[in-house]
Design a protein around this ligand. Structure first.
Ligand code: ZN
Length: 153
């Protein structure tokens, strides 16, 4: 009965109510810190049913709160059932969906920090940002706003 109510809610109202029905984890459970990792973060299959998020701890120290956004983004590919691949190979739509997932369910500080980093024209050019940073920033902001998870201006 409880399940039926949940499904009914899903079909009648906006996506926001989905959050009430399912648990949307954003923080990766398995992570490896690798100072030689060229990406900010990426996800790799570990065994058949598991995955591991690899991130660069030095990069994370340099970019602060924004780092968890990118770690969560990598994890979001798994949460969204995307085929896991190297960051640059994801189709634009998958990238957009992963960003939107974290924008909705992530810590607002981390979401805001990621948007600021994407919009920062003076950021370290060695940072591997995939896709157009300003388009990503816009998408993230919109998703966070729609989900009531935006604390920026
Ligand atoms: Zn991605």
């Amino acid at each position: 009965m409880k399940k039926q109510i949940c499904i009914k809610t899903l079909s009648l109202v906006s996506l926001l109510s989905v959050a009430a029905c399912v648990t949307n984890y954003v923080n990766p459970i398995r992570e490896i810190a690798d100072p030689n990792h060229e990406e900010i973060a990426s996800i790799r299959k570990h065994t058949n049913d598991t995955y591991v998020v690899i991130y660069n701890p030095d990069t994370c120290k340099a970019i602060g709160d924004a780092c968890m956004f990118f770690r969560s983004h990598a994890y979001a590919h798994y949460r969204l059932d995307h085929a896991l691949m190297r960051p640059k190979y994801y189709p634009a739509l998958s990238e957009k969906q992963a960003d939107c997932y974290v924008a909705k369910y992530g810590n607002p500080n981390e979401v805001k920090a990621a948007v600021e980093l994407l919009l920062d024209e003076n950021r370290d050019t060695r940072l591997k940002i995939h896709g157009d940073p300003s388009i990503r920033a816009k998408n993230i902001t919109e998703c966070a706003r729609q989900a009531g998870n935006w604390e920026g201006s």
